[in-house]
Design a binder for this molecule. Structure first.
Ligand SMILES: Nc1ncnc2c1ncn2[C@@H]1O[C@H](COP(=O)(O)OP(=O)(O)OP(=O)(O)O)[C@@H](O)[C@H]1O
Ligand SMILES: [Mg+2]
Length: 278
């Protein structure tokens, strides 16, 4: 074997090579008939954990009830994680922003309000949240962070902009499945409609908005973010539909107003919007 021997700076003698860390031997596979039963029962996570758990159980003489409990818990944990992964994928969240990159003190939303909203207790009560304020004040980031938290807690979430919702409902109109599409959206515990009023909305957008708000009314939670207070939505979409939708939206809604200058602009003007080029 070639190699450079390290010298001990004190003695100038070669330092002995470290002995390799003994790797723990792979646990023996589970018996084929047990493997086959677990496959038929569709217990993939239990099956995966079984060789390790059974080897440890044997060597440490665990109570059989304990072995059973640990194996079933592995299956439950695995299934819950798979459900959360699938909910996160279905939710269609735009940027992956969570509370880990959220700075509470940089937000104009009072800290106690932020904390109360983060408990998501209001989602359990099917209440709504309207976040209104100028561009760049963290409305979408806060809404998305709440959405991630809801998914972490096992809830289903659906995220739309008014444009994507309108397109979605529009596609369902073509094959007469609007009711089905709305029912599917309102299966989510929390529905987010982001950036209402950024672009002018016509009859189709107002209809899509009204349908979702009506179907979710007193059954599901909706978060709406906008540069406008919802009471002004009738200035950006047909009045009758807007009024009916906003009436339902605000009946059980927390209203949070953000203010201040755009964090985007602050970051851009202080050179924090980009990583320096080398
Ligand atoms: N309190 C905060 N902590 C960390 N980042 C923030 C905070 N507030 C805003 N930001 C960041 O500032 C940028 C703008 O925020 P965001 O997109 O949420 O604004 P917005 O209010 O939705 O704006 P618009 O009305 O233009 O859609 C984003 O990069 C966001 O991550
Ligand atoms: Mg936004």
């Amino acid at each position: 074997m070639t190699g450079i021997a390290l010298l001990d700076p004190e003695t100038d003698q070669p330092v002995p090579a470290p002995s390799p860390v003994p790797s723990s031997p792979a646990p023996p596979p589970i018996p084929a008939d047990l493997e086959s039963v677990l496959k038929r029962m569709r217990f993939p996570y239990l099956r995966k954990a079984a060789p390790d758990v059974l080897a440890t159980a044997r060597s440490q003489r665990w109570d059989p009830a304990e072995v059973l409990r640990i194996l079933l818990e592995e299956e439950i944990k695995g299934r819950e994680a798979a459900t959360r992964r699938s909910h996160r994928k279905q939710a269609n969240l735009p940027t992956g922003k969570t509370f880990s990159s959220w700075r509470e003190e940089d937000s104009s939303i009072p800290a106690p309000t932020q904390q109360a909203l983060m408990t998501l207790e209001w989602v359990g009560r099917s209440e709504n949240l309207a976040i209104a304020g100028p561009s760049g004040t963290g409305k979408s980031h806060f809404a998305e962070a709440l959405a991630h938290k809801a998914i972490d807690r096992g809830m289903q979430v659906a995220w739309f902009s008014l444009e994507s919702l309108t397109a979605h409902v529009g596609r369902a109109t073509v094959d007469n499945s609007v009711a089905k599409a709305i029912a599917k959206i309102t299966r989510a515990n929390l529905i987010i409609l982001d950036d209402i009023g950024m672009l002018p909305s016509g009859q189709a957008a107002a209809e899509a908005f009204y349908r979702v708000i009506d179907a979710a009314y007193e059954r599901r939670s909706v978060i709406v973010t906008s540069n406008l207070h919802p009471s002004g939505f009738d200035s950006i979409m047909p009045k009758t539909l807007a009024t009916a939708a906003v009436d339902r939206l605000l009946h059980h809604a927390h209203i949070v107003l953000t203010e201040g200058s755009s964090l985007r602009l602050t970051q851009a003007t202080t050179g924090k919007g980009v990583k320096p080029l080398h």
